[in-house]
Ligand binder design. Structure first.
Ligand SMILES: [Zn+2]
Length: 314
């Protein structure tokens, strides 16, 4: 472990990549082993009630991990040709598992031929889990259930409703804009933050004395966003809006060697390209949007890692 600290950055990145590739190969090997344990019913002999029980209690995986491994194993058993995609990581364990659940859930009313299964595998290969879920849900849509608000205790109410695509996009955008308050809110926490904001605006008892001129500025960063330091507080609102619009509300950091661009909409801050401390100005050219991680990264480049390290890794 000590040796890790002596590696160069390039060596560390290359070894990490190597480990990921070995991990995927091992996981695929594990799936074949689980298949054989199941075929021999060894889990029963070992005192477990099912393969799932064996993987969970016997091998120590949590329920989600056990389920992903077993369902991916079933898909691999049926379509052994997916092995290459699993090993390369093009087909993630989680997408393989989602596909298997989809095929078995659908089996009651509808069955899929091997060709159909293979073409669906091809469609979800290289996709994120969220994209995969959306794709599968699109193939077998469920009817929306009626809205409901149900008291579940003296002080709590369970609320259920169905959001359409537009609302989900708005919710995603709001999550990004409110990420400074809470980086990963539950729906209840998000709803609470939105209720506070709406009440500040609408509730006369909560409204501040001074009324700002009501201008509808959809892309204007709200007051909650990007106020990490004293210096950025002084950036004039009009300029903040210009920067925000030009950068399309995303982190603009890009690795100039790999071309990988961050693009996150979470925890955004205004970043001075030439640092404020060395005379960088509040100008459109000198300002850009960066997420907190990339703002810190820039600070390390400017201030040196010794000073910043105490805030970061350890
Ligand atoms: Zn970033």
């Amino acid at each position: 472990m000590k040796q890790i600290k002596t590696l160069s950055d390039a060596e560390l990145l290359s070894q990490t990549r190597n480990l990921v590739s070995r991990e995927r190969e091992l996981t695929t090997e594990l799936l074949w082993h689980l298949r054989e344990v199941e075929r021999r019913r060894l889990y029963a002999e070992q005192g477990f009630s099912s393969l799932f029980d064996y993987v969970r209690r016997g091998l120590g995986y949590c329920e989600g991990s056990a389920d992903r491994r077993i369902s991916a194993m079933r898909l691999l058993k049926e379509l052994p040709q997916i092995e290459t995609a699993l090993k390369s990581g093009e087909l993630s364990l989680s997408n393989a598992s989602a596909l298997q659940h989809f095929f078995t859930r659908e089996e009651k009313g509808k069955s899929y031929s091997e060709t159909q299964k293979n073409s669906l595998v091809a469609v979800v290969t290289g996709k994120s889990r969220r994209e995969c879920d959306a794709l599968l849900a699109g193939l077998a849509p469920e009817p929306a259930r009626a809205e409901r608000a149900r008291p579940i205790s003296a002080t709590q109410t369970e609320i259920r409703f169905t959001a359409n695509q537009e609302l989900m996009q708005k919710i995603e955008k709001l999550r990004g804009l409110l990420s400074h308050q809470n980086p990963n809110p539950s729906y209840a926490e998000l709803f609470d933050m939105l209720a506070e904001l709406a009440l500040k605006r609408l509730d006369l008892e909560k409204k501040p004395e001074r009324k700002p001129a009501g201008k509808p500025a959809t892309l204007t960063p709200p007051a909650e966003v990007a106020l990490p330091t004293e210096k950025s507080r002084n950036i004039p609102q009009a300029l903040r809006t210009q920067v925000w619009k030009r950068d399309r509300g995303q982190c603009t950091y890009e690795n100039n060697k790999t071309g990988v661009r961050c693009g996150t909409k979470h925890l955004l801050e205004f970043h001075h390209i030439q640092d404020f401390s060395v005379g960088g100005q509040h100008t459109l050219e000198n300002l850009t949007l960066r997420c907190r991680c990339h703002n810190l990264y820039a600070a390390i480049q400017t201030l040196g890692s010794t000073l910043m390290n105490q805030y970061l890794r350890e």
